[in-house]
Design a protein around this ligand. Structure first.
Ligand SMILES: [Fe+2]
Length: 161
């Protein structure tokens, strides 16, 4: 069933549908990501508590901004933007969150792996959007990719020496 709305955005409807599916799958994934980075923000313990507590919050805020860009692009293309929580859980791309890990030096690596996975997916999305002929969505993913890479640098600089 197509829930696509009429739009004068000059991209054919079948292509818009594919882009909307792609965007919404990432919107759902970023819901998962931001829950996990917030859990890290709230629960980190250890000598680097304050730096990591603040870093994980900054990462979460960037994820929220990126999610908003993707959802609003889906809506711009005539789609129903976003995923319900049951849909997010059905489509989970992440292993269960390790609640037993609170030590700063371990948790920062968990977040590094998380961001690395996200950065890989978004880089594929840039190419996918480009191959569908939508330079704007490719550009949007590129913007998100650049911020994710930067956040990955901020995280990995704590342990990749
Ligand atoms: Fe907070």
């Amino acid at each position: 069933m197509s829930m696509i709305q009429k739009s004068s955005v000059n991209i054919d409807e079948r292509t818009r549908e594919k882009l909307i599916v792609l965007l919404n799958s990432r919107v759902g994934f970023f819901t998962e990501l931001q829950v996990q980075t917030k859990l890290a923000h709230w629960n980190v313990r250890g000598p680097h508590f304050l730096a990591y507590h603040e870093l994980f919050d900054s990462v979460t805020n960037h994820l929220l901004e990126a999610q908003d860009l993707m959802a609003e692009r889906a809506s711009t293309l005539g789609g129903y933007a976003g995923m319900t929580l049951p849909e997010v859980m059905q489509n989970t791309l992440l292993p269960p969150w390790p609640i037993e890990i609170r030590q700063d030096s371990k948790l920062i690596r968990v977040i590094g792996e998380l961001l690395s996975k996200a950065a890989d997916l978004i880089r594929e999305d840039i190419n996918r959007a480009a191959s569908l002929g939508d330079a704007d969505t490719a550009d949007l993913f590129t913007e998100i990719s650049r911020q994710l890479d930067k956040d990955l640098w901020f995280v990995e600089a704590h342990y990749l020496v």
